[in-house]
Write a protein that binds this ligand. Structure first.
Ligand code: C5P
Length: 224
C-alpha cells in the first residue's frame, strides 16, 4: 500500500441523488443510481487513497475499505462534507437536487376529493456543494465536478467549470436514449481549463479507473 500512487491522500467522493421531501412520504429526486460515484470511490481506494464516500439514497453497497456517510437531502450532504478533515481531492459525482420544496409539510398532504390538487409547488435553491468545496479555505488541491447535460454538453460544462471554480469537469450527455443515468456505461468528456478529451463509451467501472489514474498522475506531476 505504501507505494500505491494515492497513498497518504485523502479523497472525498459525493455520489447518488438527493431526496428533497415534500412531506413525510413524498420527495423530489432524480434518476441517478450512484454507480459512477461508488465505482470511483472503489478505484481511488484501490490506488491507496483514504476515501470518504458521501452518498444520497441508493441501493448500492458501499465499497470495502471506504468511509461511508449516508445522507438524504442536499443540506445533509453539505453537512456531512463539512464534518470531514481537509481533503486532497474531491470528486462531486452526486446528482444533487438544485432545488428543494420551500415548505415541507409535517404530515402527509391529503387529497380530500378526487379532483383536489395542492397549492403550486414553490421551490428554493439548495447549497452548491461543488462550488462551496472549490472556494473554501483549505480547498482540496484538486476539485472535480460532473456535468450531466442533455444538450450543448461542452459549452455548458465549460461554463460550469468557470462558474463553480473547480479544476476539472467530467461531462456527459444524459439525453433521452443515452441510457447513461441509471445505466451501466458512461461516455464522457474530461474538461480542464487547457484541454478537452473525449473518452470512448466505457463501463462505469472503467471510467472510474481511468479517472482515478488521471487523478494519481496529476498528483505525481504536481509541483508542490
Ligand atoms: O449545476 P449542476 O447541478 O449541473 O452541476 C453539477 C456538478 O455540481 C456536479 O459535480 C454536482 O455534484 C455538483 N453539484 C453540487 N451541489 C449542488 C448542485 C450540483 O455539488 N447543489
Amino acid at each position: 500500500r505504501s507505494t500505491a500512487p494515492l497513498s497518504g491522500k485523502r479523497a472525498l467522493v459525493t455520489a447518488g441523488p438527493t431526496h428533497e421531501p415534500l412531506d413525510p412520504v413524498r420527495y423530489i429526486a432524480n434518476r441517478s443510481s450512484g454507480a459512477q460515484g461508488y465505482a470511483l470511490a472503489a478505484a481511488l481506494a484501490d490506488l491507496g487513497a483514504d476515501v470518504a464516500l458521501v452518498s444520497g439514497p441508493t441501493t448500492l453497497r458501499p465499497p470495502a475499505g471506504v468511509a461511508f456517510y449516508r445522507c438524504e437531502t442536499a443540506r445533509d450532504m453539505l453537512a456531512a462534507v463539512e464534518t470531514l478533515p481537509h481533503q486532497d481531492v474531491a470528486v462531486c459525482t452526486a446528482a444533487v437536487a438544485d432545488w428543494r420544496p420551500a415548505h415541507q409539510a409535517a404530515q402527509k398532504m391529503k387529497k380530500r376529493t378526487s379532483t383536489d390538487v395542492p397549492e403550486p409547488l414553490t421551490l428554493q435553491s439548495n447549497p452548491d456543494i461543488l462550488a462551496i468545496l472549490s472556494t473554501m479555505e483549505n480547498r482540496p488541491s484538486l476539485v472535480v465536478g460532473f456535468a450531466a447535460e442533455t444538450e450543448n454538453v461542452l459549452a455548458y460544462a465549460q461554463a460550469k467549470l468557470a462558474r463553480k471554480k473547480c479544476d476539472w469537469i467530467v461531462a456527459n450527455n444524459v439525453g433521452d436514449g443515452s441510457d447513461i443515468m441509471g445505466g451501466t456505461d458512461n461516455e464522457v468528456l474530461l474538461i480542464t481549463p487547457e484541454h478537452v478529451e473525449q473518452w470512448p463509451r466505457l463501463n462505469k467501472h472503467d471510467v472510474a479507473q481511468k479517472l482515478a489514474m488521471r487523478i494519481a498522475d496529476w498528483f505525481s506531476h504536481k509541483v508542490v
